[in-house]
Design a protein around this ligand. Structure first.
Ligand SMILES: Cc1ncc(COP(=O)(O)O)c(C=O)c1O
Length: 380
Protein backbone atom coordinates (compact mmCIF):
# COMPACT_ATOMS: atom_id res chain seq x y z
CA UNK A 1 0.00 0.00 0.00
CA UNK A 2 1.22 3.52 -0.77
CA UNK A 3 0.83 6.52 1.56
CA UNK A 4 -2.63 7.35 0.23
CA UNK A 5 -3.92 3.79 0.66
CA UNK A 6 -2.36 3.43 4.13
CA UNK A 7 -3.74 6.77 5.32
CA UNK A 8 -7.21 6.02 4.03
CA UNK A 9 -7.09 2.64 5.77
CA UNK A 10 -5.44 3.49 9.10
CA UNK A 11 -6.13 7.17 9.77
CA UNK A 12 -9.38 8.69 11.05
CA UNK A 13 -11.40 9.89 8.10
CA UNK A 14 -11.72 13.57 9.11
CA UNK A 15 -9.86 15.28 6.25
CA UNK A 16 -10.75 15.79 2.58
CA UNK A 17 -7.38 15.55 0.87
CA UNK A 18 -5.96 16.26 -2.57
CA UNK A 19 -4.37 13.18 -4.18
CA UNK A 20 -0.88 14.51 -3.46
CA UNK A 21 1.70 12.98 -1.13
CA UNK A 22 3.65 16.10 -0.15
CA UNK A 23 7.23 14.95 0.18
CA UNK A 24 9.38 18.03 0.08
CA UNK A 25 8.98 21.79 0.26
CA UNK A 26 11.09 24.77 -0.71
CA UNK A 27 9.99 28.42 -0.50
CA UNK A 28 6.62 28.72 -2.24
CA UNK A 29 6.80 25.19 -3.67
CA UNK A 30 5.70 21.72 -2.58
CA UNK A 31 7.04 18.63 -4.34
CA UNK A 32 5.24 15.32 -4.70
CA UNK A 33 6.71 11.84 -4.58
CA UNK A 34 7.70 11.82 -8.22
CA UNK A 35 9.24 15.27 -8.00
CA UNK A 36 6.15 17.03 -9.42
CA UNK A 37 6.10 20.67 -8.38
CA UNK A 38 3.11 22.60 -6.98
CA UNK A 39 2.85 26.33 -6.30
CA UNK A 40 1.58 26.28 -2.72
CA UNK A 41 -0.94 29.10 -2.42
CA UNK A 42 -2.66 27.25 0.41
CA UNK A 43 0.56 28.31 2.13
CA UNK A 44 0.52 25.38 4.54
CA UNK A 45 -2.90 26.73 5.63
CA UNK A 46 -1.23 29.99 6.52
CA UNK A 47 1.73 28.48 8.36
CA UNK A 48 4.33 28.79 5.60
CA UNK A 49 4.82 32.57 5.75
CA UNK A 50 8.62 32.31 5.62
CA UNK A 51 8.42 29.58 2.98
CA UNK A 52 8.74 25.83 3.25
CA UNK A 53 11.95 24.67 4.91
CA UNK A 54 13.16 28.22 5.35
CA UNK A 55 16.96 27.91 5.75
CA UNK A 56 17.05 30.12 8.88
CA UNK A 57 14.32 28.03 10.53
CA UNK A 58 16.04 24.78 9.55
CA UNK A 59 19.32 26.11 10.97
CA UNK A 60 17.66 27.10 14.24
CA UNK A 61 15.87 23.73 14.59
CA UNK A 62 19.05 21.81 13.77
CA UNK A 63 21.12 23.72 16.34
CA UNK A 64 18.42 23.49 19.02
CA UNK A 65 17.83 19.77 18.43
CA UNK A 66 21.48 19.16 19.31
CA UNK A 67 21.18 21.19 22.53
CA UNK A 68 17.77 20.38 24.05
CA UNK A 69 14.46 19.33 22.54
CA UNK A 70 12.26 19.40 25.60
CA UNK A 71 12.67 19.70 29.35
CA UNK A 72 9.23 20.95 30.55
CA UNK A 73 7.85 24.07 32.19
CA UNK A 74 9.22 22.97 35.55
CA UNK A 75 12.38 24.77 34.41
CA UNK A 76 13.32 28.05 32.74
CA UNK A 77 14.41 28.16 29.11
CA UNK A 78 16.49 30.77 27.27
CA UNK A 79 14.48 30.22 24.05
CA UNK A 80 11.11 30.64 25.79
CA UNK A 81 12.34 33.82 27.48
CA UNK A 82 13.63 35.29 24.21
CA UNK A 83 10.44 34.44 22.30
CA UNK A 84 8.20 35.92 25.02
CA UNK A 85 10.22 39.15 24.96
CA UNK A 86 10.09 39.25 21.15
CA UNK A 87 6.29 38.78 21.08
CA UNK A 88 5.81 41.60 23.59
CA UNK A 89 8.12 43.84 21.63
CA UNK A 90 6.44 43.32 18.23
CA UNK A 91 2.89 43.52 19.62
CA UNK A 92 3.37 46.25 22.22
CA UNK A 93 1.44 44.04 24.67
CA UNK A 94 2.57 42.57 28.00
CA UNK A 95 2.67 38.93 29.17
CA UNK A 96 2.73 35.78 27.06
CA UNK A 97 1.41 32.24 27.42
CA UNK A 98 2.90 29.84 24.87
CA UNK A 99 0.72 27.10 23.35
CA UNK A 100 0.98 24.49 20.59
CA UNK A 101 -1.81 25.52 18.22
CA UNK A 102 -4.46 28.08 17.37
CA UNK A 103 -7.26 26.30 19.19
CA UNK A 104 -5.11 26.00 22.30
CA UNK A 105 -4.48 29.75 22.19
CA UNK A 106 -8.24 30.35 22.03
CA UNK A 107 -8.84 27.91 24.93
CA UNK A 108 -6.29 29.78 27.03
CA UNK A 109 -7.92 33.11 26.13
CA UNK A 110 -11.37 31.79 27.13
CA UNK A 111 -10.06 30.76 30.55
CA UNK A 112 -8.24 34.07 30.92
CA UNK A 113 -11.27 36.25 30.20
CA UNK A 114 -13.43 34.23 32.59
CA UNK A 115 -10.83 34.47 35.35
CA UNK A 116 -9.96 38.13 34.72
CA UNK A 117 -13.57 39.39 34.66
CA UNK A 118 -15.40 36.82 36.80
CA UNK A 119 -18.06 36.83 34.02
CA UNK A 120 -19.33 34.10 31.70
CA UNK A 121 -20.86 35.73 28.62
CA UNK A 122 -18.73 35.71 25.47
CA UNK A 123 -19.73 37.34 22.20
CA UNK A 124 -18.44 35.81 18.96
CA UNK A 125 -19.52 36.35 15.35
CA UNK A 126 -21.51 34.70 12.60
CA UNK A 127 -19.15 33.12 10.06
CA UNK A 128 -16.31 33.33 12.59
CA UNK A 129 -13.87 30.46 13.14
CA UNK A 130 -11.78 29.89 16.26
CA UNK A 131 -10.89 26.17 16.17
CA UNK A 132 -12.27 22.71 16.90
CA UNK A 133 -11.60 21.98 20.58
CA UNK A 134 -14.71 22.25 22.74
CA UNK A 135 -14.18 25.82 23.97
CA UNK A 136 -12.92 27.18 20.65
CA UNK A 137 -15.68 25.27 18.86
CA UNK A 138 -18.26 26.99 21.06
CA UNK A 139 -17.14 30.31 19.50
CA UNK A 140 -17.10 28.90 15.95
CA UNK A 141 -20.17 29.73 13.87
CA UNK A 142 -20.47 26.92 11.30
CA UNK A 143 -23.23 24.58 12.50
CA UNK A 144 -21.77 21.67 10.58
CA UNK A 145 -18.77 21.82 12.90
CA UNK A 146 -20.73 22.61 16.06
CA UNK A 147 -24.07 20.80 16.16
CA UNK A 148 -22.84 17.17 16.41
CA UNK A 149 -20.91 18.08 19.57
CA UNK A 150 -23.44 20.05 21.57
CA UNK A 151 -23.85 20.88 24.41
CA UNK A 152 -20.89 23.23 24.15
CA UNK A 153 -19.80 26.07 26.42
CA UNK A 154 -22.71 28.03 27.88
CA UNK A 155 -22.90 31.82 27.73
CA UNK A 156 -21.83 32.25 24.08
CA UNK A 157 -23.79 34.63 21.85
CA UNK A 158 -23.26 35.21 18.12
CA UNK A 159 -23.61 38.69 16.62
CA UNK A 160 -23.41 39.92 13.01
CA UNK A 161 -19.88 40.61 11.80
CA UNK A 162 -19.42 44.26 10.76
CA UNK A 163 -22.71 45.22 12.39
CA UNK A 164 -22.08 47.06 15.63
CA UNK A 165 -25.77 47.40 16.47
CA UNK A 166 -26.13 43.60 16.66
CA UNK A 167 -23.47 43.37 19.42
CA UNK A 168 -24.91 43.51 22.92
CA UNK A 169 -21.97 44.13 25.21
CA UNK A 170 -23.25 44.57 28.79
CA UNK A 171 -22.13 44.30 32.39
CA UNK A 172 -22.30 40.49 32.16
CA UNK A 173 -19.96 40.27 29.17
CA UNK A 174 -16.53 38.80 29.81
CA UNK A 175 -15.21 39.30 26.30
CA UNK A 176 -15.74 39.73 22.59
CA UNK A 177 -13.74 37.33 20.39
CA UNK A 178 -13.26 38.51 16.82
CA UNK A 179 -11.03 37.88 13.80
CA UNK A 180 -9.82 41.12 12.17
CA UNK A 181 -10.28 39.30 8.86
CA UNK A 182 -12.61 36.30 8.95
CA UNK A 183 -10.45 33.64 7.31
CA UNK A 184 -12.39 30.37 7.18
CA UNK A 185 -15.53 32.49 6.80
CA UNK A 186 -14.38 33.59 3.34
CA UNK A 187 -11.63 36.23 3.87
CA UNK A 188 -13.90 39.05 5.00
CA UNK A 189 -12.05 42.04 6.49
CA UNK A 190 -13.59 43.85 9.45
CA UNK A 191 -14.51 47.47 8.90
CA UNK A 192 -12.39 49.91 10.88
CA UNK A 193 -15.37 51.55 12.56
CA UNK A 194 -16.67 48.13 13.59
CA UNK A 195 -13.46 47.13 15.41
CA UNK A 196 -13.13 50.59 16.95
CA UNK A 197 -16.75 50.42 18.11
CA UNK A 198 -16.16 47.00 19.69
CA UNK A 199 -13.12 48.33 21.52
CA UNK A 200 -15.01 51.38 22.84
CA UNK A 201 -18.02 49.31 23.99
CA UNK A 202 -15.73 46.77 25.68
CA UNK A 203 -13.93 49.56 27.52
CA UNK A 204 -17.24 51.09 28.51
CA UNK A 205 -18.52 47.83 30.07
CA UNK A 206 -15.13 46.61 31.34
CA UNK A 207 -15.28 43.63 29.02
CA UNK A 208 -12.18 42.37 27.19
CA UNK A 209 -11.51 42.53 23.46
CA UNK A 210 -9.82 39.38 22.18
CA UNK A 211 -8.47 39.49 18.64
CA UNK A 212 -7.97 36.09 17.08
CA UNK A 213 -4.98 36.68 14.80
CA UNK A 214 -4.16 32.99 14.45
CA UNK A 215 -4.53 33.38 10.69
CA UNK A 216 -3.89 37.11 10.18
CA UNK A 217 -0.78 37.39 12.39
CA UNK A 218 2.88 37.72 11.42
CA UNK A 219 2.66 39.83 8.28
CA UNK A 220 -0.16 38.04 6.43
CA UNK A 221 -2.36 41.14 6.02
CA UNK A 222 0.49 43.53 5.19
CA UNK A 223 1.19 44.45 8.83
CA UNK A 224 2.90 42.37 11.49
CA UNK A 225 -0.53 42.14 13.13
CA UNK A 226 -3.80 43.23 11.53
CA UNK A 227 -4.72 45.20 14.67
CA UNK A 228 -1.82 47.54 13.89
CA UNK A 229 -3.44 48.40 10.56
CA UNK A 230 -6.79 49.06 12.25
CA UNK A 231 -5.27 51.04 15.13
CA UNK A 232 -7.31 48.98 17.61
CA UNK A 233 -5.25 47.43 20.39
CA UNK A 234 -6.75 44.23 21.83
CA UNK A 235 -6.66 43.20 25.47
CA UNK A 236 -5.63 39.70 24.36
CA UNK A 237 -4.15 38.50 21.10
CA UNK A 238 -4.42 34.84 19.98
CA UNK A 239 -1.60 33.64 17.72
CA UNK A 240 -0.31 30.51 16.00
CA UNK A 241 0.06 29.32 12.36
CA UNK A 242 2.89 31.40 10.79
CA UNK A 243 4.50 31.91 14.19
CA UNK A 244 6.65 28.77 14.04
CA UNK A 245 7.86 28.76 10.43
CA UNK A 246 5.98 25.45 10.03
CA UNK A 247 6.59 24.06 13.53
CA UNK A 248 3.52 23.81 15.82
CA UNK A 249 3.42 26.70 18.29
CA UNK A 250 0.99 29.39 19.39
CA UNK A 251 0.62 32.11 21.96
CA UNK A 252 -1.77 34.32 23.86
CA UNK A 253 -0.40 37.80 24.49
CA UNK A 254 -1.80 40.49 26.78
CA UNK A 255 -1.86 41.72 30.37
CA UNK A 256 -5.14 39.97 31.39
CA UNK A 257 -2.99 36.81 31.57
CA UNK A 258 -1.90 38.15 34.96
CA UNK A 259 -5.26 36.89 36.26
CA UNK A 260 -4.06 33.27 35.84
CA UNK A 261 -2.22 32.07 38.92
CA UNK A 262 0.19 29.17 39.33
CA UNK A 263 -1.42 25.88 38.30
CA UNK A 264 -4.47 27.51 36.73
CA UNK A 265 -3.22 26.88 33.22
CA UNK A 266 -0.44 24.72 31.79
CA UNK A 267 0.73 22.77 28.78
CA UNK A 268 3.36 20.03 28.78
CA UNK A 269 4.79 21.02 25.41
CA UNK A 270 3.78 24.72 25.48
CA UNK A 271 6.85 26.82 24.68
CA UNK A 272 9.16 23.86 24.17
CA UNK A 273 12.67 25.01 23.16
CA UNK A 274 12.62 23.45 19.69
CA UNK A 275 9.39 25.23 18.68
CA UNK A 276 10.57 28.46 20.34
CA UNK A 277 13.87 28.38 18.43
CA UNK A 278 11.96 27.87 15.16
CA UNK A 279 9.57 30.69 16.04
CA UNK A 280 12.33 33.17 16.94
CA UNK A 281 14.04 32.41 13.60
CA UNK A 282 10.76 32.76 11.65
CA UNK A 283 9.76 36.05 13.29
CA UNK A 284 13.24 37.53 12.87
CA UNK A 285 13.17 36.51 9.20
CA UNK A 286 9.78 38.24 8.71
CA UNK A 287 11.18 41.39 10.34
CA UNK A 288 14.55 41.36 8.54
CA UNK A 289 13.08 40.75 5.08
CA UNK A 290 10.23 43.21 5.72
CA UNK A 291 7.76 40.54 4.59
CA UNK A 292 4.73 42.39 5.98
CA UNK A 293 5.50 45.47 3.85
CA UNK A 294 6.13 43.19 0.89
CA UNK A 295 2.76 41.48 1.36
CA UNK A 296 1.09 44.90 1.56
CA UNK A 297 2.58 46.18 -1.70
CA UNK A 298 2.53 42.99 -3.82
CA UNK A 299 -0.77 41.87 -2.27
CA UNK A 300 -2.46 45.14 -3.29
CA UNK A 301 -1.38 44.65 -6.92
CA UNK A 302 -2.29 40.97 -6.83
CA UNK A 303 -5.84 41.61 -5.55
CA UNK A 304 -6.27 44.18 -8.32
CA UNK A 305 -5.26 41.57 -10.95
CA UNK A 306 -7.44 38.75 -9.61
CA UNK A 307 -10.39 41.19 -9.38
CA UNK A 308 -10.26 41.37 -13.18
CA UNK A 309 -11.00 37.61 -13.26
CA UNK A 310 -13.84 37.49 -10.69
CA UNK A 311 -14.97 39.47 -7.62
CA UNK A 312 -12.13 39.42 -5.09
CA UNK A 313 -11.25 40.88 -1.70
CA UNK A 314 -8.62 40.66 0.97
CA UNK A 315 -5.69 42.32 2.67
CA UNK A 316 -2.02 41.75 1.84
CA UNK A 317 -1.40 38.09 1.06
CA UNK A 318 -4.80 36.98 2.39
CA UNK A 319 -7.06 36.97 -0.64
CA UNK A 320 -10.36 35.45 -1.75
CA UNK A 321 -11.79 35.15 -5.23
CA UNK A 322 -15.49 34.34 -5.59
CA UNK A 323 -16.88 31.54 -7.71
CA UNK A 324 -20.50 31.72 -8.84
CA UNK A 325 -21.56 28.61 -6.93
CA UNK A 326 -20.18 25.98 -4.60
CA UNK A 327 -20.11 23.55 -7.49
CA UNK A 328 -18.14 25.92 -9.72
CA UNK A 329 -15.74 26.56 -6.87
CA UNK A 330 -15.05 22.83 -6.47
CA UNK A 331 -14.29 22.57 -10.18
CA UNK A 332 -11.99 25.60 -10.13
CA UNK A 333 -9.95 24.30 -7.18
CA UNK A 334 -9.64 20.86 -8.88
CA UNK A 335 -8.63 22.34 -12.23
CA UNK A 336 -6.07 24.58 -10.51
CA UNK A 337 -4.69 21.46 -8.79
CA UNK A 338 -4.34 19.75 -12.20
CA UNK A 339 -2.35 22.81 -13.29
CA UNK A 340 -0.15 22.47 -10.18
CA UNK A 341 -1.55 25.41 -8.25
CA UNK A 342 -2.71 24.63 -4.68
CA UNK A 343 -5.74 26.60 -3.44
CA UNK A 344 -8.26 26.03 -0.66
CA UNK A 345 -11.91 26.77 -0.06
CA UNK A 346 -13.32 29.27 2.44
CA UNK A 347 -16.79 30.58 3.20
CA UNK A 348 -19.67 29.62 0.91
CA UNK A 349 -18.25 30.18 -2.56
CA UNK A 350 -14.83 31.75 -2.02
CA UNK A 351 -11.47 30.34 -3.02
CA UNK A 352 -8.80 31.34 -0.54
CA UNK A 353 -5.38 32.37 -1.83
CA UNK A 354 -2.68 32.54 0.87
CA UNK A 355 0.77 32.62 -0.75
CA UNK A 356 3.77 32.21 1.51
CA UNK A 357 5.01 35.74 2.24
CA UNK A 358 8.23 34.85 0.41
CA UNK A 359 6.32 34.32 -2.87
CA UNK A 360 7.69 36.58 -5.61
CA UNK A 361 5.92 38.74 -8.18
CA UNK A 362 6.67 35.98 -10.69
CA UNK A 363 4.89 33.39 -8.52
CA UNK A 364 1.88 35.70 -8.17
CA UNK A 365 1.86 36.18 -11.95
CA UNK A 366 1.87 32.39 -12.44
CA UNK A 367 -1.11 32.12 -10.11
CA UNK A 368 -3.03 34.83 -12.00
CA UNK A 369 -2.41 33.04 -15.33
CA UNK A 370 -3.66 29.72 -13.99
CA UNK A 371 -6.71 31.39 -12.40
CA UNK A 372 -7.54 33.09 -15.71
CA UNK A 373 -7.45 29.80 -17.54
CA UNK A 374 -9.36 27.73 -14.94
CA UNK A 375 -12.07 30.36 -14.44
CA UNK A 376 -12.69 30.62 -18.18
CA UNK A 377 -12.70 26.81 -18.63
CA UNK A 378 -15.08 26.26 -15.70
CA UNK A 379 -17.51 28.85 -17.08
CA UNK A 380 -17.53 27.54 -20.67
C1 LIG B 1 -8.77 32.47 13.18
C2 LIG B 1 -8.44 31.07 13.60
N1 LIG B 1 -8.46 30.77 14.91
C3 LIG B 1 -8.17 29.53 15.36
C4 LIG B 1 -7.84 28.53 14.47
C5 LIG B 1 -7.52 27.15 14.99
O1 LIG B 1 -6.18 26.89 14.82
P1 LIG B 1 -5.63 25.37 14.90
O2 LIG B 1 -6.12 24.67 13.68
O3 LIG B 1 -4.14 25.54 14.94
O4 LIG B 1 -6.15 24.79 16.15
C6 LIG B 1 -7.80 28.81 13.10
C7 LIG B 1 -7.46 27.75 12.14
O5 LIG B 1 -7.64 27.85 10.96
C8 LIG B 1 -8.11 30.11 12.66
O6 LIG B 1 -8.10 30.41 11.36
Amino acid sequence: MNAIGKTDFFAADTYSRFPLVAERGKGAWIFGEKGEKYLDFVGGLGTAAVGHCNPQVVKAITAQSKKLIHASNLFYSEEQAELSELLCSISGLEKVFLTNSGAESVECAIKTVRKATGREKIIAFKNGFHGRTMGALSLTWNEKYRLPFEPLLSGVEFAEFNNLESVEIDGETAAVFVEPVQGEGGVVPAEKEFLKGLKDSCEDKQALLVLDEVQTGFGRTGHMFAFQKYGVTPDLLCLSKAMGGGVPIGAVVGSPLEALKKGEHASTFGGNPLACAASIAAIKFILKKKLAEKARVLGGRFIHKVSEIAPSRGLGFMVAIEAESEEERGKIVSKAFEKKLLLSKAGKKAIRIMPPLVASEKHLGQCVKILESVFSRCKS
